[in-house]
Design a protein around this ligand. Structure first.
Ligand SMILES: Cc1cc2nc3c(=O)[nH]c(=O)nc-3n(C[C@H](O)[C@H](O)[C@H](O)COP(=O)(O)OP(=O)(O)OC[C@H]3O[C@@H](n4cnc5c(N)ncnc54)[C@H](O)[C@@H]3O)c2cc1C
Length: 434
């Protein structure tokens, strides 16, 4: 099977290879041609937040009928998902990253994936019946509400939304923003992170996560935020206020004070799902660049664009960077398969830091080679660029991951210093004998 990846496909099961071939065909021949249809079917004005382009539901039906559904839920989730390894899912997610329509048509798009993992991992049978089932079925969508405008939210201990128990209910008050998916008319449920015990001396036990149906009184979706002018309708990234929002105590996830535990569990493999899709976007950007610079009608200063040395070098650099990034992502996926996300923190951080920046660089070169068309609505490049930029914040800014990674490396200091001391002693002895 022709592939650019570092995985020997012959070592993967025939069943997986068949799935991979179907996925590749689906992305290239169904999703990519449908992208312009999706754009044409998008509602205008207020309808941007009311109309789901019908082509998306058609793609979902087709994808599901050929087994491309809930692929992100691995073996540990039993019958809930497809039972793939993270390496297998990584290879498929790379394909899905090539088209903005593929992840949702496979029911594998954020933030639903992470939310489904929360329900599957920590939900009670009643919570799973009410929310996980329709999510797995692609009937509803969901949002994860943590970030707040008033505090630096990359440190989740700062979160201020108040969750107060009153009898058999929790009462929620706070303001969130950048809540992805909350603009979508199909978004039926939010997972809301807030403080239920602000005085707890352990600052990681102050938070709880509660399930809030999106139609609960007291919720106000104030506005969709824009990313460089893109509103990402119909999903959106919304600012939302919660004013005396009441939910039954049964809506707590895992238990009071265990919100941190849940978000840690939610963001393991989820972080590299984005990275996997970035590799696919980078491959498509490079393909677009190659097609453009070899177009015989694009000539400057007596040469075809592909005859200029700088463009050839840019293509080479992009090829190297994509393959380096793929190596990091697949190595993180393999480590998660071997020792679960908790044991793969270092590899996940490396991928999370390196891959979005790689995508920005590869897309930037492709946009440059395209000329002004590269930053227009006529290619997917501008959308790829903007999404890659947001990934340098989403699920934790680069600096936070770099800080963690650097500290992990520094923990080796004592061992390194001891080794160097022994080397010096040996070297001194050898020199003394001269
Ligand atoms: C498109 C998009 C979608 C999003 N979707 C969601 C969502 O669905 N749900 C949700 O809850 N949130 C979402 N977010 C929010 C995102 O998770 C936050 O923006 C992110 O966690 C950073 O928080 P902040 O914006 O409050 O930045 P701050 O916490 O104010 O941080 C600002 C900057 O400080 C620097 N910094 C922080 N810590 C360190 C450190 N240790 N060392 C050095 N520098 C540091 C970093 O450069 C960081 O960017 C989304 C954001 C975007 C852009």
């Amino acid at each position: 099977m022709a592939t650019n990846s570092l995985v020997d496909f012959n070592t993967l099961s025939p069943k997986f290879r068949e799935l991979y071939a179907k996925a590749k065909d689906f992305v290239e021949n169904e999703c990519i041609p449908a992208e312009k249809v999706f754009a044409a079917q998008m509602g205008q004005g207020e309808n941007r937040w009311k109309v789901i382009p019908p082509v998306l539901e058609e793609l979902k039906v087709k994808a599901r009928s050929i087994g491309l559904w809930n692929l992100f839920l691995g073996r540990e989730y039993g019958n809930f998902g497809a039972g793939l390894t993270n390496v297998e899912y990584g290879l498929l997610a790379e394909l899905s990253g090539r088209s903005s329509l593929a992840p949702e048509s496979w029911n594998c798009s954020a933030p639903d994936t992470g939310n489904m993992e929360v329900f599957a991992k920590y939900g009670t049978p009643a919570q799973q019946e009410r929310w996980l089932k329709p999510l797995l079925d692609g009937k509803i969508r969901s949002a994860f509400a943590m970030t707040e405008p008033a505090v630096a939210s990359s440190d989740a201990t700062n979160i201020e939304t108040n969750i107060r128990r009153e009898g058999n209910e929790y009462v929620i008050n706070g303001r969130k923003w950048w809540i992805s998916g909350a603009g979508d008319p199909r978004c039926a449920v939010y997972l809301v992170m807030g403080k239920s015990d602000a005085e707890n001396s352990n600052r990681h036990k102050q938070q709880s996560l509660v399930i809030v149906p999106a139609d609960t009184p007291g919720i106000n979706v104030v506005r969709p935020m824009q990313v460089f002018g893109f509103d990402d309708a119909p999903e959106g990234h919304c600012e939302i206020t919660f004013t005396d929002v009441r939910v039954p105590v049964e809506n707590i996830v895992l238990g009071e004070g265990r919100g941190f535990e849940v978000i840690q569990g939610r963001l393991g493999p989820g972080r590299i799902h984005h990275c996997m899709r970035c590799i696919g976007k980078a491959e498509r950007a490079l393909e677009l660049m190659i097609a453009r610079v070899t177009d015989p009608s694009r000539r400057t200063f007596g040469k075809g664009l592909a005859e200029h040395g700088t463009i050839v070098a840019d293509i080479a650099t992009s090829r190297i960077e994509i393959d380096q990034a793929r190596f990091l992502v697949l190595s993180a996926a393999r480590k998660i398969d071997e020792v679960k996300a908790k044991g793969a923190k270092k590899e996940i951080s490396m991928a999370k830091i390196a891959v979005p920046t790689m995508l920005l660089n590869v897309v930037d070169r492709a946009m440059q080679a395209y000329g002004a068309a590269g930053i227009s609505q006529d290619t997917p490049l501008a959308g790829f660029f903007v999404r890659a930029r947001t990934l340098r914040y989403a699920d934790g800014p680069d600096e936070v991951h770099r800080n963690q990674l650097g500290k992990t490396e520094l923990r080796r200091a004592a061992e390194i210093v001891e080794k160097m001391k022994q080397q010096k002693e040996k070297s001194d002895q050898l020199v003394a004998k001269l």
